[in-house]
Write a protein that binds this ligand. Sequence first.
Ligand code: AMP
Ligand code: MG
Length: 404
Amino acid sequence: MLSVSEALQRILEHIDTLEAESVALEDAFERVLSEDVVASYPLPPFANSSMDGYAVQCADLEPIPVRLQVVQDIPAGHAPEQVLERGQAARIMTGAPLPTGADTVVPVEFTNDVLRGPTPPAEVTIMQTVSCGENVRHSGEDVQQGEVVLPQGRQLRAADLGMLAGLGYTAVSVIRQPRIALISTGDELLTSDQPLRPGKIHDTNSYTLSALIRSWGGVPVRLGIARDTVGEVRSLFQRAIDLKSDLILSTAGVSVGAFDVVKTVLDELGAVDFWRVNMRPGKPLTFGQMGGIPFVGLPGNPVSAMVTFMVFVRPVIATMLGLDPAVTDTQTVRVGEAMSSDGRMTFVRIRLVEEGGEWVAYTTGTQSSGALSSLVKADGLLIIPADKRQVKAGEYLEVWRLNR
Ligand code: AMP
Ligand code: MG
């Protein structure tokens, strides 16, 4: 039996980062930068006012009050027309460029300009002083020209898109999203639009796994259901190969003792290993390649399929995107009730309850690997390490947060 980390390592040895592509900035949210972004100009690009008020020379602000001649009016978006001399002021709006000669902005509230009309007064009296340089945003104080504002490997967030727009980008170079072919196998499976009939159940794995693929940055390509015949299984896997997907993912039909059509087809179209991984839920796992495309066969049980996806496929997607495959959304919590395991690394579906200022984990009820409700109710997966058979209430263990 393989440990979880051995199995993951064996998989990731065969996974490479995908190539870059250019995408429009409006489509770049959560995409991964393929190269450093360097500022080709400073931000702000020019010195400007952070207040509505009067641009002045600080040397004129002593003694106060002082009366200055208003020589120009600078709205946002307009360039100053003249140099500001001693004894002069320019009415200036927030974001408007500071005229050469000015070094300080006095907020309008500190002046006698109470009208704030469409044209500035001929003179303004400064009633209250400010320190030299105040209310001026200098060129480059946000970002300097030549600075690396966003590093390669960055998964773009909202503020990052604003930064790129501010630097004049309309498109950005990101890692291509992996396209992941998804195949459900099983004679018992119905598509969602087919009414339930005896012996049948609806395919749920293609929905849970599509959503997980999306949430980790991949693009699901849902190929549907193959019944347990060599012909149907072969034709869907052949389509996955023909589509040149980056990863082929299937569920079910690989558990020990199962009807072995999947194995027959896998041996024919590629090379695969059947692994028993020391984890619960989700012991049987298949890995290999088909037509040169990496292939992961997940267990059919809905909970096992999702948990094994989290453990083995999420890191594959991360690696393809050039991201760190390690799980980062973890938290150490107090265990609220006694739990046991059979010695396999166990992923317990838990909900988190706040008690006395800390998070405490309780199971979500039945832990059957077929019971999706255990995941619907779950805030996270509590990890009981391999070989730890008993967990007492009050112990502290690690939880993977599930928030998608
Ligand atoms: P198997 O791996 O084929 O032995 O399937 C294990 C269990 O998972 C069985 O109870 C199947 O009915 C169930 N199962 C397999 N595939 C799916 C699916 N796509 N959606 C929901 N349940 C499934
Ligand atoms: Mg089956």
